[in-house]
Design a protein around this ligand. Structure first.
Ligand code: C2E
Ligand code: MG
Ligand code: MG
Length: 736
């Protein structure tokens, strides 16, 4: 059987293993996501770098192209300008410039589309006059159709003196520039932005939701909390000019951006961002992630199911184990182990522990069969279970034994409830059509319920006090009873040793002739000499030994001792008178007792005339076998005395049936002497007994008056304190 501890350890191992597995899967999943994310951003980075490079090359190409033309350009003489410029018209068209133009050092400009205007205020003019190749931010065209433009400008040198002789410029529509910013990768969903350090959008794509906005930061911060970090990340990127990337939200959609490097414009850096909607980028990663998530979910589910199965089977086996350990198989109610467990939890609540069993339940089992017996036990259980309250307990111990715990304060109340139980259980014999079902209850009030065993033994002890009685079916535990029980047990335990050590002494109480007060014989009475020298009278231990069967051994011991004593007196030539020996009823049941006693007699070489046997009145009641025994004893030569006549079960008919030789009048009859009716009774008994041919010995005679009366009645012998108490062997010998 698996122990509870073992189960607990297994559960812990299972949960730990499941947790480790889940965590590993979780970590692996996370790593995979990160890995995929990194790969995704790497792709974005590559694309961004290529875009930036392409754009830079484009601008650089245009600048180189302009520089090339500037080198070849003849600075037009006054009046020739228009012709020279007109010569550039085709170039401008071929390269999709809006226009090209030349600006004289004084700012006077001539353009391919026929404008003649002073542009000295334009930055590009001023920069290129200083020798710079320049590209402007987005400007609004001040010449032709009002639209956004960018201008690339280069200085034109005078070949003779290398002085700046003017500025050549090309204007193109920002619109055109923007078209180049639409990235063809990412299925055409990506685009680029060109931004200045302060966030000014030089150019962006029409695909971008911030298209038309002037500043990147403004566009990002427009009511969007989620872009706080994006702004915080982008701003230092622009300041440092280092490459980097991240994501931001626009119109509820997430976008990844990457800024690989900046274009090195001499004044005001341009930063190229490549931007892709997150969904586009993630579209590649998501199916993989989805598969992983599905796998993860399946694994979690499998684990979950396994765990549920485990918990279920654990609970079941726990339940099985519980019923195995705590359920009584017959009644399906609590067993004793369960009772013990439950009552321990009630340690501080005083109550009554009750031990119950059925009288002679064996008879029911034998006569009605075991299954009927079991049915009765079940019915008894049902009655007990129905009569206890929620906080009270009941359990079947084994066979016909039950235990109860009643949480009552008043002894009276317990008595009422027990009586009710007796009534209901006794009623089973009628309802179930079986011989007498009689319950017996022993009740013990306990303050300390944790001592279950002890409490139960006290209650059982009380039950034993009434077991088999017809007038009472329950008893409360009394301390004195218990002490007595302990004492008795000690006596029982000491019996064998006492026999071996000859601690049983035979005392002799002489019997006197009524007529002349001479000693006619004696009765052997046993005493137990204890180690401390004290004497225990037979009234204490004889009933005990009669119950447990030890009496047969003790009677034989006394018989043998008396025979041996008689023999030694005979040998010594002393006066030898008959000694009567008490034979308990229980001894009579032992087979060939007659044969055995005869053999002892022979062994001791003592004549049977010196040994008489006393058998108590009660032994003769409803026992025909005894009649037989008496005859056998007679044949063996023993005289038989009917002891204790008049005490309890006096039956005159037995006098006739059993052939006793002597009748011993019990002390209880002798005590009536002095009382008129008692004396009359004695008178008639004596005459009746005499008429049956029996001799009479009066026992327990203590007074002169009693002696006088018995003399008048012509009783044969007298035994009593009046003449002598029982005497130790030596004293009796002296007396003789
Ligand atoms: P019992 O056989 O009826 O013995 C007579 C009892 O009455 C003895 O008690 C005796 O001491 C007592 N007795 C005699 N005269 C008087 C008297 O004048 N006044 C009073 N108050 N008592 C008197 P004891 O010796 O205590 O024995 C008690 C019983 O124990 C005996 O009653 C007998 O039944 C039983 N017993 C004693 N020895 C043996 C034995 O060896 N075997 C068996 N089986 N029973 C024995
Ligand atoms: Mg006797
Ligand atoms: Mg007697």
């Amino acid at each position: 059987m698996q122990t509870g501890k073992g189960k607990g350890i297994r559960a812990v191992i299972f949960i730990a293993a499941a947790a480790v597995l889940l965590i590993s899967i979780g970590i692996y999943n996370r790593r995979l996501r990160d890995e995929l994310g990194t790969q995704m951003l790497d792709t974005l980075q590559n694309v961004a770098e290529q875009n930036a490079l392409a754009l830079e090359r484009e601008i650089q190409g245009k600048q180189n192209f302009l520089e090339g033309i500037a080198r070849e350009l003849q600075v037009p003489e006054n009046g020739e300008e228009e012709d020279v410029i007109a010569g550039l018209g085709d170039v401008a068209e071929d390269y999709h410039f809006k226009r090209m133009g030349f600006v004289y050092p004084d700012g006077q400009a001539y353009t391919t589309d026929g404008y003649k205007q002073n542009l000295s205020f334009r930055d590009f003019f001023q920069k290129s006059m200083k020798g710079e190749t320049y590209i402007t931010d987005v400007l609004t065209d001040s010449l032709g159709e009002e639209e956004q433009i960018n201008v690339i400008s280069v200085p034109v040198y005078n070949r003779e003196n290398d002085q700046t002789a003017g500025v050549l410029f090309a204007t193109y529509r920002t619109e055109m520039f923007k078209e180049q910013l639409n990235v063809t990768s990412f299925s055409g969903e990506g685009y680029s932005l060109v931004v200045k350090e302060d966030g000014t959008l030089i150019a962006d794509s029409p695909r971008s939701p911030m298209y038309g906005k002037e500043n990147l930061f403004d566009a990002l911060t427009e009511g969007r909390d989620e872009n706080e970090t994006a702004t915080d990340e982008i701003s230092p990127l622009l300041k440092s000019g280092k490459s980097g990337g991240g994501s931001y939200y626009l119109e509820g959609k997430r976008y990844y951006y990457c800024m690989p490097m900046n274009l090195s414009m001499e004044e005001g850096r341009w930063f190229i961002f490549t931007v892709v909607p997150a969904e586009v980028l993630e579209a590649k990663v998501n199916p993989v992630l989805k598969d992983i998530n599905t796998l993860f979910a399946i694994m979690v589910m499998v684990l979950g199911i396994a765990f549920c199965v485990y918990v279920y089977s654990y609970q079941r086996s726990k339940k099985d184990l519980y019923s195995l350990a705590y359920q009584d198989p017959l009644t399906c109610g609590d067993n004793y182990a369960c009772f013990q467990e439950k009552i321990k939890r009630k340690k501080d609540v005083p109550g009554y522990i009750i031990s119950m069993d059925l009288s002679e339940f064996k008879i029911i089992n034998n006569t009605c069969g075991i299954s009927k017996g079991n049915m009765i036990l079940k019915s008894v259980w049902e009655i007990l279970a129905s009569e206890i309250r929620r906080e009270e307990l009941a359990a079947h111990i084994n066979a016909d034994r039950f235990i109860l715990y009643l949480e009552e304060e008043e002894r009276k109340q317990v008595e009422i409830r027990v009586k009710h139980l007796i009534e209901r259980i006794s009623g089973l014999s009628e309802t179930m059509n079986v011989p007498r079902v009689v319950p017996y209850f022993g009740i013990y009030h306990s303050d300390d319920l944790s001592e279950v065993e002890t409490n139960y033994s006290y209650a059982s002890h009380a039950r034993h006090q009434v077991k088999g009685r017809r007038d009472q079916n329950y008893a409360f535990y009394e301390e004195s009873d218990f002490q007595l029980m302990l004492k008795n047990r000690r006596l029982e335990d000491g019996f064998e040793k006492a026999i071996r050590d000859h601690r049983f002494e035979v005392w002799y109480q002489p019997k006197y002739s009524t007529s002349d007060a001479s000693i006619v014989g004696s009765e052997a009475l046993v005493r137990w000499r204890m180690e401390d020298g004290s004497l225990v009278p037979p009234g204490i231990f004889i009933p005990l030994f009669e119950k447990n069967g030890m009496i047969a051994e003790l009677d034989e011991y006394v018989f043998r001792t008396v025979c041996a004593q008689q023999k030694s007196w005979l040998k010594e030539g002393k006066q030898v008178l008959p000694v009567s020996i008490n034979i308990s009823r229980a001894s009579l049941y032992y087979s060939n007792i007659v044969e055995k006693y005869r053999a002892i007699l022979e062994e001791c070489e003592v004549d049977s005339q010196y040994i008489q046997l006393e058998i108590t009145e009660s032994a003769t009641v409803d026992n025909k076998e005894i009649q037989d025994l008496i005859d056998q004893f007679h044949k063996a030569g023993f005289q038989l005395l009917l002891d204790d006549f008049g005490n309890g079960y006096s039956s005159l008919s037995s006098l006739n049936e059993m052939h006793f030789d002597v009748l011993k009048l019990d002390k209880s009859l002798i005590d009536h002497i002095g009382d008129r009716n008692g004396e009359k009774l004695l008178y008639h008994i004596v005459n009746l007994v005499k008429s049956l041919g029996l001799k009479i010995t009066a026992e327990g005679v203590e007074s002169k008056e009693q002696v006088g009366f018995l003399q008048k009645l012509r009783c044969n012998d007298i035994q009593g304190f009046y003449y002598s108490r029982p005497l130790p062997c030596l004293e009796y010998e002296k007396l003789l």
